[in-house]
Design a protein around this ligand. Sequence first.
Ligand code: NAG
Ligand code: NAG
Length: 413
Amino acid sequence: MKCVWWALIAAVVLCMPGVPGLNNGLALTPPMGWLHWERFMCETDCVKDPTNCISEQLFMQMADVMVSNGWLKAGYKYLCIDDCWLATHRDANNRLQADPTRFPGGIKKLADYVHAHGLLLGIYQDVGKQTCAGYPGSQGFYELDAQTFADWGVDLLKFDGCYYGTLEQLEDGYRHMSIALNRTGRHIVYSCEWPFYSRRLSKVNYTEVAEYCNSWRNFDDIQDSWTSLKTMIDFTAALQDQLVPAAGPGAWNDPDMLVIGNFGLSWDQEVTQMALWSIMAAPLLMSNDLRDISPRSKALLQNQEVIAINQDSLGAQGYRVLKVDSFELWEKPLAGGSLAVSVTNRKEIGGARCFILSGSMLGKGLACKKCYLTQLLPTRYEYGSYNATFVLQLSVNPSGTVLLKVESDIIIK
Ligand SMILES: *[C@@H]1O[C@H](CO)[C@@H](O)[C@H](O)[C@H]1NC(C)=O
Ligand SMILES: *[C@@H]1O[C@H](CO)[C@@H](O)[C@H](O)[C@H]1NC(C)=O
């Protein structure tokens, strides 16, 4: 029996064709965690705003809360620093250094603190001469900076693309840093913005990007608004023929941070972001204030069944199947022949509208003779067993989403 299992495992490992991702064994499911940018941006005045300035205190407090309030347990394990952590110049040996006033302990000590909490530390740098906020960039120092991050115990690098120079320098820089990180021997998730900067200048080769990066941004920075969220969703759908095939274990399209729990989204819009980011197999990097978040937003972000769709082991990115009458239907193939399905009401006037969902509308992957249907968002509801031609009437609020799981009979006991 034991041999049979080993043979099966070996067969699965050996027969994983076309796993597109950067081969560093990391991010086999989309990275989950917290990233400071959208909520905290570049406040460097700790006298004026001591509780929200970019400082080691902010990250230590966030680490505490991530453990004590169930975030780590829910899967959010990367605590990530964005721009504005650096001192304005390198040290005498050209090594990067954190701002000495705001990070008096330095990044190594912060990494130790974060690791002692069972979390992992993410950091930010830039492929060009300067970071977007004007701090020293990595151009000319890729090996040294990769080694510095490894020495400090960093676990993820977000590599921005401001001030990159030429297209060639941009692309070479992203490749170069990927190799430099690998050579340190430390396992560091590599989050790129390569296509976001290069797509304005040339056609993006996503196969290549996926060979060098664990995730990559394609589009503008997200903001705390429905308008921004819609642009992200529309952009992804418009490019899905290019984006979806590039994604898989180790390689993810990144539509940017979750802004759930902030100021700009209604409840229905928060549901839409959580549902679609899960369907899109997006990295789930929250940017909010975990020290002060409503129970409802917290429960949405920690919903284990929704997270399971995002983290599904098949690693398929979902796609839009249909756009009709201001409704959008998306689906994401899941392991074992199951499917996640979402319906968004894109009308922004009136009340809830009815969408008739039938099994025959779904694109690929609906292989079940008996399908077990469960609504996960906005509220949980078990519809029970249907055959593959089921018809459901769904009520969807304006700018809201209904998320369903269609489990194939293969995995129903
Ligand atoms: C470096 O790359 C090789 C070859 O792709 C891979 O086997 C190894 O795990 C990588 N190491 C790290 C630390 O990323
Ligand atoms: C894209 O990149 C892959 C991998 O590096 C390469 O094999 C392929 O030829 C490239 N495609 C184009 C059109 O340049």
